[in-house]
Design a protein around this ligand. Structure first.
Ligand code: ZN
Length: 245
């Protein structure tokens, strides 16, 4: 794909998915900016790893350095006040009667996209990039393709603009997300994401596993671990994984 001459604004939380999306954008757009949200999440550690990851990408990947621009941090404390979930309250992770994880912050991604669109309007960015996926996930309706496409339409109607929302992970499971990182930045990028990105809902940075830091028991840790194992075994036996596919 030829690199787009425009600017992309990446919703960057510091997790595996958004870090992979950031590097995807750096490969596909001439200029890339990032936006992050502080909404009182318990796993605040992800806000600490963000600037570190940005610094490492600048330092370790010279081809991307010149394209990586400003980082916008938005205070969304109000989201913590209006939502009652395991991400912002001190309760255990569970699945509710309606099949939704209690980590679901209602409309979180829609709110994030709305704020990102306002920033993009001001800075002139024509592209938003968000690391949502329909695969391997459950109970997060605002990660679905239909929801994102509807949001793109609403934003463009409401702001009279021509924003395009990109979702490079929409059809990818976690193993394929690792493989995408591998194709973009090779082993150094896979290692950086493994070591430094943060996904665990408990904010655990003490327990180191083959797939990175985390409690090892929460939903996101299990997902990340399973994806890592699948990615690693397919790298070691590419023929077998090809045959399986
Ligand atoms: Zn965890």
């Amino acid at each position: 794909m030829q690199r787009d001459s425009g600017t992309a604004l990446v919703l960057f939380s510091g997790g595996q998915d958004s870090t992979t999306c950031l590097t995807w954008a750096l490969e596909n757009f001439e200029r890339v900016e990032t936006i992050g949200f502080d909404y009182g999440q318990k796993h605040r550690i992800e806000l600490d790893v963000r600037p570190y990851l940005l610094g490492r990408i600048r330092k370790d990947f010279p081809a991307w350095r010149g394209r990586l621009g400003e980082d916008h941090m938005i205070d969304m404390a109000v989201l913590g006040q209006i939502s009652d979930t395991a991400l912002t309250r001190d309760v255990e992770f569970a699945v509710n009667a309606n099949g939704q994880a209690n980590t679901f912050v209602p409309g979180r991604n829609l709110l994030f996209l709305g704020f990102a669109a306002s920033i993009a309007y001001r800075t002139g960015a024509k592209h938003l990039v968000i690391g949502v996926s329909e695969m391997d996930r459950f109970g997060y309706p605002d990660c679905r393709d239909d929801a994102v496409k509807a949001m793109q339409l609403a934003l463009n109607l409401g702001m009279e603009t021509g924003l395009v929302i990109h979702t490079p992970l929409m059809r990818l499971g976690k193993a394929q997300t690792w493989a995408l990182a591998d194709s973009l930045g090779g082993e150094p990028l896979v290692k950086l994401i493994c070591e430094e990105s943060h996904t665990c809902y408990s904010g655990d940075r003490e327990h180191r596993h083959s797939w990175g830091f985390g409690c090892g028991t929460c939903f996101e840790c299990n997902l990340r671990a399973a994806g890592w194992e699948q990615f690693r075994s397919s790298k070691e036996a590419p023929l077998a994984s090809h045959e399986l596919a």
